[in-house]
Ligand binder design. Structure first.
Ligand SMILES: Cc1cc2nc3c(=O)[nH]c(=O)nc-3n(C[C@H](O)[C@H](O)[C@H](O)COP(=O)(O)OP(=O)(O)OC[C@H]3O[C@@H](n4cnc5c(N)ncnc54)[C@H](O)[C@@H]3O)c2cc1C
Length: 208
């Protein structure tokens, strides 16, 4: 799909350097320097510094990305009163690997913890957290998306329609859904930009 959009995809390639005018990539034994002033980094983010604080003050174990390694009930070892969820949590009890840092994991963990607290107050035992993977959706261009619905993989315009439907479904209240739907329709047909970037200063040289 990305290649159809004329994107050149490199796998097994490691960025070794990035400057204001270039990015250097190592692929196999070869080093390549790509001259560019625009570099978008999407290879992951570090967890909040709160993880380090929990590690220092409550001995919470951490992984390399700064996430807190949590117990099956999303608490930290020796501290049943502290829950860690979402991007800050490394929960590996289901598949052996940490859950992806995406909204559906954070939302499900939030709901679990709310129920767990109520159960505790009622003096009942808490079952371990279980993640339900609803699949993944991503928009990759105008009218183009990819949908990985576990057993079903769709791409292109149908996946884009599914993306719109699912996201509208998650917006609270009918009025808001209608408003967002009209706005998206407007942006689509007028080519208006739905995201505005606010930067402190003009990042481009004035002579451009
Ligand atoms: C650019 C980008 C695009 C993304 N796109 C998608 C997507 O399309 N689909 C998807 O599923 N996921 C996406 N994600 C991931 C998704 O946003 C996160 O997985 C999700 O928001 C995690 O929720 P969270 O509650 O753990 O953390 P957050 O949503 O980051 O919330 C943490 C909150 O804690 C606050 N906070 C931090 N430190 C402190 C402190 N010391 N005291 C008080 N408050 C504090 C922060 O200000 C923030 O409001 C995207 C992430 C990024 C960065």
């Amino acid at each position: 799909m990305l290649e159809k959009l004329r994107v050149i995809v490199w796998t097994s390639a490691m960025v070794t350097d990035a400057t204001a005018e270039s990015v250097t990539v190592r692929k196999g034994g070869k080093i390549e320097k790509i001259l560019t002033r625009t570099i978008l980094w999407a290879a992951g983010v570090l967890a909040s510094p709160l993880g380090r604080l929990l590690s220092d003050q409550a001995n919470a174990p951490m992984d390399r990305a700064g996430r807190v390694i949590v117990e099956p009930d999303l608490t930290i070892p020796g501290h049943p009163e502290i829950f860690v969820i979402g991007d800050l949590a490394n929960y590996s009890h289901q598949t052996g690997k940490p859950l992806p840092g995406i909204a559906q994991a954070a939302i499900q963990q939030g709901a679990y913890v709310a129920k767990a607290i109520v159960q505790r107050l009622r003096g009942r035992a808490i079952k371990p957290f279980r993640y339900f993977d609803k699949g993944n959706l991503a928009v990759i261009g105008r009218g183009k998306a990819v949908a990985d619905l576990n057993r079903l993989r769709i791409s292109g315009f149908p996946a884009w329609l599914i993306w719109i439907f699912v996201h509208l479904l998650y917006i609270v209240e009918f009025q808001n859904r209608l408003l967002v739907f009209i706005q998206w329709g407007w942006f689509y047909f007028t080519y208006d930009r739905s995201a505005r970037l606010i930067t402190g200063k003009n990042p481009l040289p004035l002579d451009l």
